[in-house]
Write a protein of this length. Structure first.
Length: 545
């Protein structure tokens, strides 16, 4: 079975924050899980180095867009590596290969008459003396009344055109732009409405899309799809491969989502492998992104694939809701954010991964607070899981005559472990990552209770058979937990696997380790309670600068 996992592309115009991590982390869990099962996996993404956000940042700093893109792409790569992300290919949208693939896709759609010329109007700033890209225009959303950009309202997720905005202003100078006639190429999105309705119906029937993706996609279809401009007057990006339009750039509707295919081609070139099995009708695909990216993956990208005659339409949409910070909306402009390079400099990657997964906004918004994060680490990772590992291995370490005997493992616990592989596997495949992790930590709490009830510290003096049964049961459970938790907590799982002399992990129940465990070190270190106030104070000071 071939599994394509496509992570959304963060804009290389600023550091990653917790909102990015919340959206993207499920992709790594899925990739790790399917590899443990022995499936063929292609996990791709990259940095979006084209478009308006980068040029705005470059203008603000007085540097070239490439300086900005290079800086943040390098930071993204470093952060994903520290977080344990296992991309098969993490690339960027300003590579020659990406440009070539996007131009091929664009030209094919144009040749198939799905892209056509249209006279339209575009915002022009007389003060700046230029046509304004969509993100250079800001105003009031006509649908919900929130402040919105010219391409999309983050409050209600409506895809917009700058001409839709009420009270539009130029983001560069603040003046009110005017409408001027201009020629652009448009994508005939409306032609694909029947096929997209079929895709939605199939997703509803199988339950492979999150409810927010189903509801938002249905809303777009019920409102009626509008053809969309796919060329823009931008300083950087992919040149349009159509005569007379060479001075324009391919707009984000086509250019960014095509990165999934160009990243696949990049991987193929680097490895010498064939990508065809990851792009056919049998492929299982997971598109992993935040709620604001849903229409690009349920409407725009499927329509492009249909226009190209490709049958590898998205099968699974993993679209998390939003993350708030200390009960307030994340705001990068106000510096009200927890930046990934910053939190990684002080806390373990598994602690961050655990909290963001166990509190994932899978069905509704979730809040990150420093109190909850630190108490979660101390109470669950350290207090439950780390304590179980430590008390089991330390007890075994003190017994000179301890023997590993698979036959003495509690049959009920063995049966439970076998069932957990099946249940958590099904949950992961449905992208219910939070529930799968909850199942595993429920089992960890059960094991701690089992250890307490068996009281090996007492039975060791009167009934060593019972003591060794308890310890072998816990050792067996820990060996399997190392595997079961590895998609979620890769670093501590690897450490535990080394303690237990485990072979490479697989998604299948294993017996007790064949060797006596190594002298164990704690999987997690405690975090002082005083850190809560320190971090909150740091956040407040940061937002005031």
């Amino acid at each position: 079975m071939a599994v394509l996992i496509a992570g959304a592309w963060p804009y290389a115009n600023g550091e990653l924050h917790l909102g990015h991590l919340s959206s993207l982390l499920p992709g790594d869990c899925l990739a790790r899980y399917y590899r443990l099962k022995g499936e063929k996996v292609l996990y791709v993404s990259g940095s979006d180095c084209n478009g308006t956000p980068i040029t705005i940042r470059a203008r603000q700093e007085g540097v070239s867009p490439k300086v900005i893109a290079d800086r943040y792409h390098q930071s993204f790569v470093a952060c994903f590596e520290k977080l344990g992300f296992t991309y098969d290919c993490y690339t960027r949208t300003d590579t020659p290969l990406h440009h070539r693939i996007v131009q091929q896709i664009f030209k094919q759609l144009y040749d198939h008459r799905y892209i056509y010329l249209k006279e339209t109007k575009q915002m022009y700033c007389t003060h700046c003396q230029q046509f304004l890209p969509d993100r250079y225009v800001e105003g009031v959303c006509p649908h919900c009344g929130a402040h919105a950009r010219g391409d999309q309202c983050e409050a209600c997720s409506t895809i917009l055109d700058p001409t839709d905005l009420l009270q539009p202003t130029c983001k560069i100078c603040g003046h009110t732009p005017e409408l001027r006639n201009v020629s652009h190429l448009y994508f005939a999105l409306s032609q694909f409405e029947p096929q997209l309705r079929q895709l939605l119906a199939k997703a509803e029937e199988k339950g492979d899309w999150r409810e927010n993706a189903i509801q938002l996609t249905r809303r777009y279809l019920d409102e009626g799809l509008q053809d969309r401009a796919v060329t823009r007057d931008l300083p950087v990006g992919v040149p349009v491969p159509v005569k007379g339009f060479e001075d324009k750039k391919v707009y984000v509707w086509i250019e960014a989502v095509s990165g999934y295919y160009s990243a696949s081609e990049c991987w193929a070139q680097e490895t010498g492998k064939d990508i065809s099995e990851f792009w056919d009708e049998k492929t299982i695909s997971y598109y992993v992104q935040g709620k604001d990216n849903i229409p690009f993956h349920t409407i725009i990208w499927p329509a492009i694939l249909l226009g190209l005659g490709k049958k590898a339409l998205p099968t699974n949409l993993v679209s998390n809701e939003y993350v708030t910070l200390e009960k307030k909306k994340l705001s990068t402009s106000r510096n009200w954010a927890v930046w990934i390079p910053d939190i990684l400099s002080r806390y373990d990657a598994d602690s961050i991964r655990y909290f963001m997964l166990i509190n994932a906004p899978e069905s509704h918004d979730a809040d990150f607070s420093w109190r909850a994060f630190i108490e979660s680490h101390n109470g669950e990772l350290l207090g439950a899981y780390g304590n179980l590992v430590n008390r089991t291995l330390k007890f075994i370490e003190k017994l000179d005559d301890f023997k590993i005997r698979t036959s003495s493992v509690d049959p009920e616990m063995r049966q439970s472990v076998e069932a957990i592989y099946v249940k958590t596997g099904r949950l992961i495949e449905k992208a219910q990552i939070k529930e799968a992790l909850n199942e595993l930590f429920s089992f960890i709490r059960r094991l701690n209770k089992y250890f307490d009830e068996k009281q090996p510290w007492n039975t060791v003096h009167v009934n060593k058979v019972s003591t060794y049964q308890t310890l072998n049961t816990c050792l067996f459970s820990l060996a399997n937990l190392a595997q079961l938790l590895s998609p979620f907590l890769p670093f501590s799982s690897e450490k535990l696997g080394q303690f237990l002399h485990l072979d490479p992990f697989v998604w299948k129940m294993i017996d007790c380790p064949e060797q006596i465990p190594e002298k164990a070190e704690p999987l997690f270190a405690p975090i002082g309670h005083s850190k809560i106030n320190e971090e909150v104070d740091r956040l407040n000071r940061q937002s005031q600068n």
